[in-house]
Ligand binder design. Sequence first.
Ligand code: RP5
Ligand code: MG
Ligand code: MG
Length: 280
Amino acid sequence: MAAHVKALTSPYPGSQVKRWPVPPEKVSWSVEWPEYQPVEYTAPSVLAKPPWADLPLSTSGFCPRFNALDGKVQRESFEGTYQVEDSTPRNPAGRTGVTGRGLLGRWGPNHAADPIITRWKRDADGKAVSDPDSGKPVLQFVAIQRKDCGQWAIPGGMVDPGELVTATLRREFCEEALNSLEKDKGEKDTEKKVQDLFSQEPLLVYKGYVDDPRNTDNSWMETQAVNYHDGTGRLLDLLPLEAGDDAGKVTWVDVCSKCSLYASHASFIKLVAEKHDASW
Ligand code: RP5
Ligand code: MG
Ligand code: MG
């Protein structure tokens, strides 16, 4: 697993809480560090006991089954068995300078799904556009601007308990990039396009830990990033993009190495470019 960097972002997102500074050589739990005294922080929105969050570990009768499918909540990690110290799970990528859950609902892994919707960039005549330097065709993907931090990102979101990841991928794309929550019923034409897009063969690009700025020593993001590609351009060209839910803006973005994206998203986009032999 690559070393996390954004998971050391300080102050902790949405707060004034300063992480205990963790130098790169002390990130790994295998390095002894008796002086390490991370700050404990769980956001008020999580402590308010919303339905998507676990209870505090001290709550009597709350005994989550870590490293297992716990009822409908998936507490297994894609990174293998994680350590549980004093009944508290430990971030498999190492120290973050904060304990507790921060803004995340689950102790241990918080599972998300990231739909990467791509098409070839075309000029006004419908001809595929190539990058002048690499000579390779340019891919575009649907990006949203997150309301929480203003960064551009893949329109991903959390997998609900018991939800199939294929359903999460489609639901989050519709909510964040088509504003489906504000629409009574999607336009028939749009619904058909979405149906056709998501019934294509999905391409699993990445499955595992996400270097997310919300991660803590005890709670972290994991995702399945999946690519749905419209090689013809017919499905996606007229898709009415409209930002919704936790997205403030939505647009097609050219895939290239200069893409600056939220969490580990640029590395997922790079993998997609490689799979399609597109310009990067
Ligand atoms: C990232 O957070 C994942 O890759 C996914 O894109 C996102 C899920 O969180 P929310 O968008 O629901 O905040 O780590
Ligand atoms: Mg969402
Ligand atoms: Mg989201």
